[in-house]
Design a protein. Sequence first.
Length: 131
Amino acid sequence: RRLIPALLRSQDPKRRAQARREIERALSVEPEDVELLRAAIQIDREQGKTNAVDELLARLAELSSPQDRPAVILERVRALLHAGRRDLAWEILRPLAADYESLARETACEVLTLASQLAPVGERPRIFDQL
C-alpha cells in the first residue's frame, strides 16, 4: 500500500499497471477504502476499461454519504454516456431525477439536463416542465 502514491505519480504505463495491481491487493483487504476506489477508477479510465470504471463507480456510490452520492451517480452516468451506454445511464439517473427536489440546485439542474437528453421521448415533456 505504501508504494501506491509513488506509482500513481508516474506516467510510465508499466508503473501505472503495477499501481493498479497494488490497488487491487489493497482493496481486497480494505474493500470500502474510497481513496483506493478513486485511484482504481482513475487508472481504469485511463486504460479505457469502461466496464471496470462502471463497476467501481457503482461501489463508490454505495459507499458514499447521502450528500456525496448524487455527485458519484452523475459521474457514473457521464462515464456510461462516454461509453455509449445510454440506456443504462438513464436507468441509473432516473431515480435521482425523480427526487431532484431534494438535491442542491446546481446538482438538480445537471440531473434534469441529463434526464432531458436520456429519458424516453414520452417522458421528456414532464422533465422539460421541471427545468
